[in-house]
Design a protein around this ligand. Sequence first.
Ligand code: GDP
Ligand code: GDP
Length: 454
Amino acid sequence: DEAEWAEFDEVAAPEDAAPPAPQPVLAVVGRPNVGKSTLVNRLLGRREAVVQDTPGVTRDRVAYDALWNGRRFTVVDTGGWEPDAKGMMASVAAQAELAMHTADAVLLVVDARVGPTETEEAVARVLRRSQRPVLLAANKVDDERGLADVHSLWSLGLGEPMPVSALHGRGSGDLLDAVLAAFPETPREVFGASGGPRRVALVGKPNVGKSSLLNKLTGEERAVVHDVAGTTVDPVDSLVELDGEVWRFVDTAGLRKRVKTASGTEYYASLRTKSAIEAAEVAIVLVDASQPLSEQDLRVITMVVEAGRALVIAYNKWDLVDGDRRRQLEKEIDRELVRVRWAERVNVSAKTGRAVAKLAPTLRTALESWDTRVPTGRLNGWLNELVAAHPPPVRGGKQPKILFATQAQTRPPTFVLFTTGFLEAGYRRFLERKLRETFGFTGSPVRISVRVRE
Ligand code: GDP
Ligand code: GDP
């Protein structure tokens, strides 16, 4: 226990450990076949816009990072409106609602050759009521002749329709200019302090059930995934609605593939895991509850702690756990997971859906801890009392004094203690334990650094 803790004590917060800066979000909505995917590819500047609807593939919403005129933003493809059990209108309304809640601006794509349909009139009514800027793209205007079709779209009441040809690129530069102009100065802060949906990494060694869990979580969604061939560079994220809130699961492209490539070496898998963790604010580390906890599981947990991200440990395949395995598992937790005792554990089954509903509240708790700031006055009042009762051990005949403390950072909470002498690792761990007892920090790593004043 002692030796393991030491690993974490000395980890400095890397400069680049901060989560990515907030960037504005554009939601693209429209009926199936109007050319949304083609347009999204065009907006992302992909040379080859390959569009492929694969029926039956995992359905979810996807987000991509885009860059235009030096400004970064996120494009969310909310997928096609397909009638669900509640009918077409309910489905349209739900998609438009989601777009408004997640986005800083909404782009409605209409097939100019077809003109406004009843469905588009319905969504326009929803969008007109929203506080978001709405842009209207009149797609499939491939040439001058097509311009004649555009006028009919004024009737949607969303302002000037912008003629584009997603297929040939015509008008896409003007559309991008209009998108940037429509974004507010600062992106909205809807779901968290960082703006936009909060970022989650779903990580774990191979075969623990990451894809299965993602499928389970997105199973209810309506949008169709577009697997875009030949696009390897953009990390593709998934938007997942859990417990009434939208979350951004980062870098899930690999998890969505039906057939997994066997070529991924462990080295690449590990790099991938690392980059997903770094792009996220909170990580769900999935472990296989039916198997003994392994070195590889612990390594992934360590990566999360070292990256300073909030942590949730999900024991998957709980449907396979019997009494014997359960007793063994409790021993493993006591032995191997002491150093992350602060992380909440959830016992889930991607197969049966058991307890997956518990993930959202657990993620929220972890992020709240991660964002927590303890006011300096309160921190020092607490510290003075604690140190009076338990002073730091004497070293070389001298008693180090703790002069004061401050929380220098959140995400994760990072404390700096100013002292007159060295504080032993054991005492720092004691301070961390007491800090957690008083202020919580469930689900978040906490860092303590000591500055010795001569
Ligand atoms: P989505 O279902 O809205 O995502 O639509 P897709 O992007 O899959 O496009 C549907 C079909 O319309 C595909 O066959 C595209 O090639 C075609 N399409 C998309 N944009 C244009 C365009 O600007 N002009 C023409 N002529 N066809 C287009
Ligand atoms: P990944 O490599 O982490 O993405 O794992 P997969 O999602 O591909 O799952 C690996 C295997 O575990 C598959 O055969 C799944 O069907 C199975 N599996 C995943 N979750 C569960 C679960 O909750 N219970 C059971 N019994 N099997 C599961």
